[in-house]
Design a protein around this ligand. Structure first.
Ligand code: HEC
Length: 115
């Protein structure tokens, strides 16, 4: 019985330490999302031509200042369903993928930095 208890204690300690060090590593390794590294690409891929200056006639989102200013409205609209009024991307049959929607949300969480 004692051996079992001692063994469980060792296992618990090892598991605890393993988790500690790995979670520290992940936090340090993940860079913050920035407009230039993450958001710009999501916009050019999904919001053109309408929101690209010189191509579309909607409010341009190919610049940091506008996207930053409108981020709440952008997140609200891409999270609507395609049949909802105001849904973006306009007239598309499907929502953006969860990972693309997450680019906008994570950028906001990370503080809306430019680069
Ligand atoms: C096919 C053209 C088209 C595409 C693609 C498109 N939009 Fe739009 N967008 C529009 C139109 C038209 C409006 C104006 C009508 C409205 O407000 O619903 C608009 C308006 C908006 C507004 C409100 C702007 C304002 O002046 O207040 C936001 C925010 C927006 N779009 C975000 C996006 C985002 C983000 C994407 C890409 C994921 C996107 N749109 C893709 C056509 C488009």
């Amino acid at each position: 019985m004692r051996k079992i208890i001692a063994f469980s204690a060792i296992v618990a300690t090892v598991v605890l330490f393993a988790n500690c060090s790995s979670s520290k590593k992940t936090t340090a390794a993940v860079p913050k999302f920035s407009y230039e590294a993450n958001v710009q690409m999501a916009i050019t891929t999904n919001c053109s031509p309408c929101h690209i200056s010189g191509k579309g006639n909607k409010k341009p989102y190919d610049n940091f200042a506008n996207v930053k200013a409108d981020i709440d409205e952008i997140i609200r609209r891409v999270e609507l369903n395609p049949t909802d009024r105001g849904f973006m991307p306009f007239r598309k049959a499907a929502k953006l993928s969860d990972s693309t929607i997450n680019v906008f949300k994570q950028w906001k969480t990370d503080g809306l930095i430019e680069k």
